[in-house]
Design a protein around this ligand. Structure first.
Ligand code: HMG
Ligand code: NDP
Length: 422
């Protein structure tokens, strides 16, 4: 079905006429209605149009592009967005083929990438081309968990310690209660359980199947908090949940704990390039790449206390996350990690380690039609595909990282961006 046909299909609804639209907009202006009440009142499609016209009046801006899209508003408004007025468009390109030698992803892949940064896709494409000429990336998922850590207040440090001990001695009971809320979420650990003053921060760690899992683990953790309150009350100890998220999770912030313990998928990808390959395709030497990597990604990052011992994981993660419907705020977590470059006798060993990549092939934004198509291009839509997707993500990061570090070593960065980015 082409985009016009999709649009025609979406357009078969009880459309308000222009007089009716004006009447509803007038009510919004007079504050007799709220914009979020429109969905139920006049239907999702009409609500989008009316809200957009209302916003045009308020801002005096004609939104001729925001209103052009083919995604279905109804499911989007049920699961992904409130007060919808349209959709933004981000240019989408692709890099590839990229040969991946993973446990779950095996073969050649074309990688959809959404960005507005000129030179980025070209750079990743160059990395894909070089890695593939070298036989492909070797990649493994080395960890898989999603975490939620509430703050639980007690009356004293001795009560806090009793709560911590109870949690550590009753894992099976906690697991049973947590897993009663979900088919795919499995509690695998409660660690660490941190005490600060009289408050306790237990970090609940789950596997979440092919979903990224934040809704899943939040719902499950709330149920566990209720259990803890009931069980502590039986021991005569009063506790209360201060907040379901106490920032020890750590969701959507850079953190040492996620770098060390991992969160989402933890992934490592590597490649070996002969010296000839480095000279021919990166126009530099293994020695120069190792030198840049050590002094930039390791020492430079250490000087400024950065948690990203890499050049631009965030660029590749960001473009892939936008294209495939991941939670964009998780780019901050995916930006952490370490790039290594090691000069060997006959060439260059190059690797990326990504400890914290929260991703999904089910749930969240993955269902939005355009993002779903991108997941399908990768052969990663739906059930049973999140580890395969993780391996492709890490291999793409390897490609982008190799190309940029190579360009810096060759002194080509400014030239590339003046030619392709401005
Ligand atoms: C620009 C290149 C790739 C030229 O690189 P080159 O080696 O001069 O290009 P080439 O013409 O010899 O072609 C080599 C390969 O590049 C690809 N390629 C080449 N041109 C295109 C194109 N137009 N469209 C698509 N693909 C392209 C293509 O794959 C081709 O191989 P083939 O497939 O032909 O065997 C290179 O100089 C480069 O990668 N530079 C680095 C640019 C980069 O990585 N930018 C990332 C953003 S920088 C940033 O945001 C972060 C930063 C830098 O601030 C972080 C930090 O602090 O480090
Ligand atoms: N609540 C919060 O605090 C936060 C929420 N978010 C948002 O959470 C959303 C993601 O939450 P998440 O829990 O991943 O997704 P969803 O809320 O979409 O939940 C996933 C759903 O898919 C079902 N499911 C079916 N097949 C599978 C499968 N193979 N693997 C896993 N689940 C399956 C699950 O069922 P079942 O549960 O029965 O297993 C569940 O109902 C995103 O929109 C994100 O932006 C982000 C950060 C924080």
């Amino acid at each position: 079905m082409n985009s016009n046909e999709i649009k025609n299909k979406n357009d078969k609804f009880e459309e308000l006429n222009s007089k009716e639209i004006e009447e509803v907009v007038e009510k919004l202006i007079k504050k007799e209605l709220k914009v979020y009440q429109l969905d139920k009142l006049i239907g999702e499609k009409n609500a989008v149009v009316v809200r957009r016209i209302y916003l045009e009046k308020l801002s005096n801006v004609k939104t001729e592009h925001i209103g052009q899209y083919t995604i279905d508003e109804k499911p989007a408004m049920q699961k992904n967005i409130e007060n919808m007025i349209g959709a933004i468009q981000v240019p989408l390109g692709f890099a590839g083929p990229l040969i991946v030698n993973g446990e779950y992803a095996e073969g050649e892949f074309q990688i959809p990438l959404a960005t507005t940064e000129g030179a980025l896709v070209a750079s990743i494409n160059r990395g894909c081309s070089i890695i593939s000429k070298c036989g492909g990336s070797t990649v493994r998922v080395i960890g898989d968990k999603m975490t939620r850590a509430p703050i639980i207040a007690t009356k004293s440090v001795s009560d806090a310690l009793k709560l911590k001990n109870w949690i550590e001695e009753n894992f099976d009971k906690i697991k049973e209660v947590a897993e009663s809320t979900t088919r795919h979420g499995k509690l695998i650990d409660v660690s660490p359980v941190i005490i600060v003053g009289k408050n306790v921060y237990p970090r609940f760690c789950f596997t979440t199947g092919d979903a990224m899992g934040m809704n899943m683990v939040t719902i499950a953790t709330e149920r566990v908090c209720n259990l803890l309150e009931e069980e502590m009350a039986k021991l005569g100890i009063k506790i209360s949940t201060v907040a379901l998220s106490g920032n020890v999770c750590v969701d959507k912030k850079p953190s040492a704990i996620n770098l060390i313990e991992g969160r989402g998928k933890s992934i490592v990808a590597e490649v070996f390039l002969t010296e000839e390959m480095v000279n021919k395709y990166l126009k530099t030497t293994s020695k120069a790449i190792e030198y840049v990597n050590t002094n930039k990604n390791l020492i430079g990052s250490a000087i400024v206390n950065s948690l990203g011992f890499n050049a631009h994981f965030a660029n590749i993660i960001g473009a892939l996350f936008l294209a495939t419907g991941q939670d964009a705020a998780h780019v901050v977590e995916g930006s952490m990690g370490i790039t290594t470059a090691e000069c060997q006798d006959d060439g260059l060993y190059f690797s990326v380690t990504l400890p914290d990549v929260p991703i999904a092939t089910i749930g969240g934004g993955t269902r939005v039609e355009t993002q779903q198509e991108c997941l399908k291009i990768l052969g990663c839509a739906g059930n049973g595909n999140s580890k395969k997707f993780a391996e492709i993500v890490a291999s793409t990061v390897l490609a982008g990282e190799l190309s940029l570090v190579g360009a810096l070593a060759a002194g080509h960065l400014a030239k590339a961006h003046s030619e392709l980015g401005r």
